[in-house]
Design a binder for this molecule. Sequence first.
Ligand SMILES: [Fe+2]
Ligand SMILES: [Fe+2]
Length: 176
Amino acid sequence: MKDLMRQRVGVQENIMSLLNKQIKMEAQASATYLAMAAWCEQNSFDNSAAFFYAQSNEERDHMLKIFHYVSEVGGVAVSPEISAPKSEYGSLREVFETTLEHEIAVTESIHQIVGACRKANDYAAENFLQWFVKEQVEEELTVKRILDYFEMLGEEPMALLMIDERVAKVSANGAY
Ligand SMILES: [Fe+2]
Ligand SMILES: [Fe+2]
């Protein structure tokens, strides 16, 4: 009976390993955004700093969401080892460009896992991941919107101040 119960709630090995990889990716993103928050603060981009502090928290929440899911379905969630995040940036624009690259990589990773869930007939995990699919659309859109401001306004000191102002608005109204 116990074995049967375990089988019924058990998550397949390959799906569990993909979810653990995603846990690590979210944790790495959380650390990266924290380092970006520090850089923004050091360079007096206060709204951007607030944006990245909030982002760092969100990524930790994402990590925990997957962590709890893996545990709930009878898997082993692994607290991930993360590497030191990049903390030196040449410009505010580079910070946001790096963020977009990161978010696109996360989106691709989520989509790959959804594909694997489909192949494995793991409809519960696929359904669970739909929240992340939607979240990634919003996160990419928010960062793209901010990058548009650099296109429109340039990178002169006054422009950077204005962009930092806009970041406060985008994060208040938008996906975050
Ligand atoms: Fe995330
Ligand atoms: Fe994200």
